[in-house]
Design a protein around this ligand. Sequence first.
Ligand SMILES: [Zn+2]
Length: 437
Amino acid sequence: MSFHQNPVALLQKLIRFNTVNPPGDEAGCIDFIKNLLEEAGFETTILAKNPKRPNLVTRLPGTGEAPPFLLYGHIDVVTVGNQEWQYPPFEGLIREGFVWGRGALDMKGPLAMMLTALIRCQTNGYKPKGDLILAVVCDEEDEGLYGADFLTEEHGDLFEGVRYAIGEIGGFSMHVSGQRFYPIMVAEKQKCTLKATIKGPSGHGSLPLRNGAMAKLGILLNNLNSQKLPIHITPVVKRMIEGFASGMSFPANIIVKQLLNPFLADLVIDLLGDNGKFFESVLHHTVNATIVSGGDKINVVPDQITLELDGRLLPGAHPSELIREINRIKGTDIDFEVTTYIPGPGEVDLALFPLLASILKEFDQKAIPVPFLIGGATDARYFSKLGIQTYGFTPMILPQGMDFSKLVHAANERIPVEALEFGVNTICQLFNKYGLN
Ligand SMILES: [Zn+2]
């Protein structure tokens, strides 16, 4: 079978283009996809802020009975530096029932599913209820400035009328307490980086100096380490936790439900150990100190240190809220300023969730789909500016013990061969059912 109909061969081919970002260098891979689509009868549009960093948009016309529907995915990948791989990361080898390589899960595999589903529709002469638009973008693994940001800012007209989209992070199986859950990403946290300038007296390194900038830094870091910011139960996280609890048996279900009790949530998070980290991130604004600069001579006590922090806000929150919360625990006189803030999607529109959930259940009777908030940020934030709600929906059945989140951006990223066909079939079924009511 050619690439046109076979997501496995297509993924192997996509992996062989090295699109590690930076620099990305996605042009060769985009050109390959353009030819693939054109050979299958599609018209394509290439849009680029920088010719080396193109994006591709194509459209399969529908009957017009429903609004257009968007599928999008990024073609760039993250580095493999300092990682030891069992098989080479850019060869797309099939071994032990998996396709191995950087991007197998994030997200050349998912893109191979979308492309194959779309091409099969076209080849079979199928007309969906709404136009199907596919956007293959570059630069997601950085800030999306050449990719989704550029497309939505400069070419928003291409997506006119679109209300819903499918993208990355979701629809894959996750085994918890003997059950098969399928998280579907519907919301993401917002990135908000901060800078603190910490001041104190300067002095000679030979004389003891207390309560200076270094000591204040120490107090702040210690407090950030030992204390959690307040609990916030957002509507999407409530749905998510209820979804997980509903599929679990006693007593796990009762314990997990206590995550919705603001007085017990932090206790349950600690009780859950490593698994609690995820819930900690979706129930709090979080902040991690990441860069410290200050002092350049060994015998001079610096009068100023800057500390940079990676903050992540829950959906709908504003940076001032995070600063207020940090101020409550900082324990010393330090001012914070916001250095970058990229607002994320606001209100979550779950109207398409029941359809996606029903499709997963149709293909896996044991599926328990749950709406999901992710701690990181994806291109969904850019498309949300056009009023588009993204659902993470590139379905794959993963074997028990295989954890999607541990393989993404890590060594030995791989996808089960059969997961690709599973994804294509579920996405084709979405095309069939979209816009029926
Ligand atoms: Zn990704």
